[in-house]
Design a protein around this ligand. Structure first.
Ligand SMILES: Cc1cc2nc3c(=O)[nH]c(=O)nc-3n(C[C@H](O)[C@H](O)[C@H](O)COP(=O)(O)OP(=O)(O)OC[C@H]3O[C@@H](n4cnc5c(N)ncnc54)[C@H](O)[C@@H]3O)c2cc1C
Length: 377
């Protein structure tokens, strides 16, 4: 059997894994196959490309060929993996078939778009490649319709606004970040955006989108019409699990893995946005980083189990940056909130008075670490 480790995907999860694999073993053969260019970029930087007037190419940190040489790997950019034969330890790709000893799925997630007429007119910003396709149009747009007021939608709304664009945000929930924190806290951010001129429509769904000459006309569920030059959709992600399903691996919302990052096949593993770990999807950098450390050990003959501590998520909204940890969207929590002119310190407690989540603004960051420790205990 081949001794090669094949990794599908060239995003953050794959690169963290390669970094840790090379720390453990300089020689183990690694082949990386991905549908994109395999140039390295930092995806969270997509949240501020408009205010910084950056083009997609400005985000590249290291080219695919330099990366391959530096890490002593074989790399196949612009290559789609089309089938996995788990029993035969083989994959089929648009660049030929390859045998693997171990296979790692780091296939990420795709941005959702609503199934409405004209949805193909909306852009998504879930990769450098997606941004490259629409950068001309979005950088040139004066009026932008933004569908979705979650983490990414909120960050993009502030960024597009700071770039001088007229932003209209539409979300079907009752306020910004409604799945992530109580409205008393997200309301502060909502107020910041309103004050800056962002128009927001809540409890509203997009019914259709149509182009009339150079203008997009969005019709909402209540019949209201909104005109714009471009539309961006940020309503959520769906893990890329089709390959895993075809291979007969266990999937639920993501590719199901255990604490060793093993799928239901002992030689196939998954991490990053495509994986479901301990029943959860964790589409953030820090869990992928911890998963990569664990998986690198397991792929090089050691034995390690993933432990996930409480983690901080930063909402990159420069007018009011927030940090949250724990399940701050849990409606059963009781909140102790302190609002001062400078910022926010909010703690979510369960019925027994135990800390389960918190949200702090930048100026209360000193408290974040002790609170994180309290959450982890
Ligand atoms: C705008 C934005 C801002 C963000 N900000 C933050 C932040 O501040 N903090 C944070 O923690 N997280 C943030 N995130 C989330 C974070 O960036 C992601 O969790 C992380 O980058 C996902 O990495 P990944 O490697 O799992 O997936 P991806 O980067 O999506 O990589 C998936 C790879 O799989 C390849 N692929 C898929 N299917 C196939 C196939 N069949 N054949 C070949 N190749 C395939 C793709 O080409 C790609 O290379 C942000 C995300 C976005 C979009």
């Amino acid at each position: 059997m081949s001794s090669e480790i094949i990794i599908i995907g060239s995003g953050f999860a794959a690169r963290q894994l390669i970094k840790n694999l090379r720390q453990q073993n300089k020689e183990v053969p690694i082949r990386l196959i991905a549908a994109d260019s395999c140039d390295e970029y930092h995806k969270p930087e997509l949240s501020h490309v408009f205010s910084l007037a950056q083009r997609a190419d400005d985000l590249t940190r290291i080219t695919a060929s330099d990366y391959a040489e530096k890490n002593n790997i074989i790399l196949h950019p612009h290559t789609q993996v089309t089938r996995i034969d788990a029993a035969a330890h083989r994959i089929e790709t648009t660049a030929g078939d390859f045998s693997f000893g171990k296979l790692v799925l780091a296939t990420g997630a795709e941005a959702l778009v609503p199934p409405v007429s004209g949805s193909e007119l909306m852009y998504t910003l879930n990769s450098q490649q997606e941004y490259r396709r629409c950068e001309e149009s979005l950088q040139g747009a004066q009026r932008v319709l933004l569908l979705g007021g979650g983490l990414i939608g909120t960050e993009l709304a502030m960024d597009l606004n700071r770039a001088g664009k007229k932003v209209t945000l539409v979300d079907r929930s009752s306020g910004l970040l409604s799945a992530l924190m109580p409205p008393e806290i997200s309301g502060r951010l909502q107020h910041c955006l309103l004050k800056a001129g962002v128009e927001m429509y809540f409890n509203s769904e997009l019914s259709s989108l149509a182009r009339h000459h150079d203008t997009l006309v969005a019709t909402l569920s209540n019949g209201q019409q909104i005109t714009s030059d471009a539309a961006v959709c940020a309503i959520g992600l769906r893990p890329n699990i089709a390959l895993a399903q075809q291979a007969g691996l266990e999937t639920r919302r993501g590719i199901v893995v255990d604490d060793r990052l093993t799928t239901s096949h002992p030689d196939i593993f998954a991490l990053g946005d495509c994986a479901e770990i301990q029943g959860k999807l964790l589409p953030y950098l820090q869990p992928a980083q911890l998963a990569a450390i664990t998986l690198a050990k397991n792929l090089t003959g050691n034995s390690a189990s993933l432990a996930l501590p409480a983690m901080l998520v930063r909402i990159k909204t420069p007018d009011l940056p927030l940090h949250l940890a724990g399940n701050a969207g849990d409606p059963d929590l009781n909140w102790e909130m302190q609002f001062s002119k400078a910022g926010i310190l909010a703690k979510g407690l369960d019925a027994a008075g135990q800390l389960k989540a918190f949200v702090v603004s930048e100026d209360h960051m000193k408290q974040a670490l002790p609170l994180l420790k309290q959450l982890t205990r």
